[in-house]
Design a protein around this ligand. Structure first.
Ligand code: EPU
Length: 374
């Protein structure tokens, strides 16, 4: 049985993976799929230049097994690439890039209290949200238009407008990158936090770089209940006079809100929010309010306070500022963009560091980047 370090409960192995397995002679099957010197610019939402010296497209769990069993690739370090919407590439990649393209969406099960949907890790996230609504299944609408793939969603514990991935996750199917064995991890062992999970953690028990997510199963509760209460959704209800919106209506509102202030990566390269919203103690918050009474902050259920990083960056005067081709988005200071289309990863990192320093200088808060800097 596959046992990820520190992951205590594995409920069943994927039956597909229990079929007898024969190593390809001299790894021929994997060699056929191996691509050399692949330009990654189209494969990262920031549109940053970098080359993958070796890249394998993964269309099934069996493809992962072929890589694991390959005499050379099996031993090489690996880098798992989903939709590339949460990375900043600053150099070429020597590790073998596994580009996840596993397709498929299906209704796995209808229970008395929920619909269970399964999607391949390579499915674009927004496509899954649309598909579920087209089937009359609500529950994912608050997460509309988030760039990236289904497989990346639990890694980041994506969240928006009052809902996080962890609120809808049933389980995650992974393949271990050393043993090639598949396992199903229930949501409870995924160590979800704010934009964090076991799949992102590399410390004790973390699974970063150790496994590939092949499928994700979602639980959409029955009867459907709207997730409201987020300021901008409340504003839409007031503006339209609709007090009991449908899932489709919330989807449309979320799309409108996002389109109004977040840049479309297909038009201008970006990785969404570049920094996490920092969480501070009530004492720290009081201290900052003493100096900056207008700072936007939200009390959290555990008594801590979340500060709006976008507001702090904006207050330091960063909107529209640039380093080379990289810039701070004019309509939302939390988002860095590839304004020229020709930005380099180093320029993005230089800009990010300058922002961190200026926010630290004024508020005494160290902003933490949300994307992975490579
Ligand atoms: N603000 C400013 N100036 C700015 C940006 C923001 O004053 O340039 C203020 C806003 O007016 C608002 C507050 O800061 O009062 C917070 O801004 P907003 O409501 O836009 O949300 P956010 O904290 O910037 C977070 C998530 C987004 C998610 C939205 C909606 C993080 C790091 N970001 O943004 O997630 O879509 O809430 O739920 O948690 C992402 O992770 O890529 C992402 C886009």
């Amino acid at each position: 049985m596959w046992m990820g370090p520190g992951v205590a409960l594995v409920i069943w192995e994927n039956p597909v993976m229990q079929a007898p397995h024969v190593n390809p002679p001299n790894g021929q099957a994997a060699d056929a799929d191996l691509e050399h010197d692949v330009n990654l610019k189209p494969y990262n939402s920031f549109g940053l230049p970098a080359t993958a010296h070796r890249l394998v497209r993964i269309r099934s769990a069996a493809d992962v097994r072929r890589v694991v069993d390959h005499p050379v690739l099996g031993l090489a370090p690996k880098f798992v690439l989903g939709g590339g919407s949460n990375i900043v590439l600053t150099h070429d990649i020597d590790a073998v890039v596994l580009k996840i393209e596993i397709p498929g969406i299906r209704l796995l099960e209808e229970r008395a209290d929920a619909w269970i949907i399964e999607a391949g890790a390579g499915v674009p996230w927004h496509q899954l949200v649309e598909w579920s609504l087209d089937q009359g299944i609500g529950g994912l609408e608050n997460l509309a238009l988030i760039p990236g793939t289904v497989g990346a969603a639990p890694v980041q514990n994506i969240g928006a407008y009052g809902l996080e991935m962890q609120d809808r996750l049933e389980n995650v199917v992974v393949v271990d990158l050393v043993t090639g064995r598949a396992a199903t991890l229930p949501a409870g062992v995924c160590r979800f936090g704010y934009r964090d999970s076991v799949f992102k953690q590399s410390g004790f028990g973390g699974l970063a770089g150790k496994s590939v997510i092949t499928q994700v199963r979602f639980r959409c509760p029955k009867p459907w209940q709207p997730v409201l209460g987020y300021l901008e959704l409340d504003r839409k209800m007031l503006e339209t006079g609709i007090s009991a919106p449908s899932a489709r209506q919330i989807f449309d509102w979320v799309c409108e809100i996002r389109r109004a202030k977040l840049p479309d990566p297909a038009v201008i390269g970006n990785a969404g929010s570049f920094f996490k919203n920092p969480v501070v103690s009530p004492e720290q918050c009081r201290d900052i309010i003493g100096r900056d009474p207008h700072i936007v902050h939200y009390p959290m259920p555990d008594g801590q306070i979340k500060l709006a990083a976008g507001w702090m960056i904006d207050a330091c005067g960063w909107k529209g500022k640039a380093v080379g081709g990289a810039a701070v988005y004019e309509r939302q200071a939390l988002v860095l963009v590839n304004r020229s289309g020709e930005a380099r990863g180093a320029e993005v990192v230089t800009l990010a560091r300058a922002i961190q320093e200026s926010v630290y200088g004024r508020f005494g808060i160290r902003l933490e980047p949300e994307p992975v800097l490579l």
